[in-house]
Design a protein. Structure first.
Length: 200
């Protein structure tokens, strides 16, 4: 599970004897890997500003703004400064080439990160994209390089081709998860205590 929004959340849901177990991580702060000279120039620009360029520095709301500023600087173009929402609107309406490229870079890099997460966790059951960005622009995402970059892992391309990727569209997905955790905790506290000898 990846959630690009105000930041970049990364977690994994694994089977457990009493139901699925959520593994929280700080994967959004892992170093962003680049796959082309173009991306290297973009990340190098951001590296001079931030020192360390994490995945969250490019794949989040503020990350989209960083990408947009970096494209302007690298290309030496004259474009107005925009917030993430305005960048997205300009890209979707195809009124600003720089905004469109920034959004395309956003989803391409998200694909790279998602593929890395799938390999790291062995997420054969699927990778899910949540957060406040992707669910609003699924058409753009479906036409982007997200999936191609997800699978672009050399010898493990076939492994990743078999892993589905989905966008979480439920508007209250976070609260469903929290409710599940709360109910599980309540069930655990209501069970009668059994000693080790009683458990057999």
């Amino acid at each position: 599970m990846l959630g690009p929004g105000s930041g970049l959340g990364v977690a994994c849901l694994v089977p457990g004897s009493r139901g699925p177990i959520a593994i929280a991580t700080e994967g959004g702060h892992a170093t962003m890997a680049v796959t082309s000279r173009r991306e290297d120039a973009i990340v190098d620009y951001l590296r001079r500003e931030f020192g360390h360029v994490s995945a969250e520095r490019v794949v989040s709301g503020s990350g989209l703004e960083n990408l947009y500023r970096a494209v302007i600087a690298v290309d030496g173009v004259d474009a107005p400064q925009r917030a993430a929402a305005a960048i997205t609107t300009a890209a979707l309406n195809d009124v600003c080439h720089t905004a469109r490229e920034a959004l395309e870079l956003f989803f391409a890099m998200l694909g790279t990160i998602a593929g890395n997460v799938a390999l790291t966790f062995g997420a054969r059951g699927g990778v899910y994209i949540a957060g406040g960005i992707a669910p609003r622009i699924t058409d753009f995402m479906s036409r982007s390089d997200f999936r191609a970059r997800f699978e672009h892992k050399g010898r493990f391309r076939t492994y990743l081709e078999a892993i589905p990727s989905s966008v979480v569209m439920h508007p209250a997905a976070t609260f469903i998860g929290l409710s599940t955790m709360a109910n599980r905790a309540a069930d655990a506290t209501s069970r009668p205590y059994r000693s080790d000898s009683e458990r057999g």
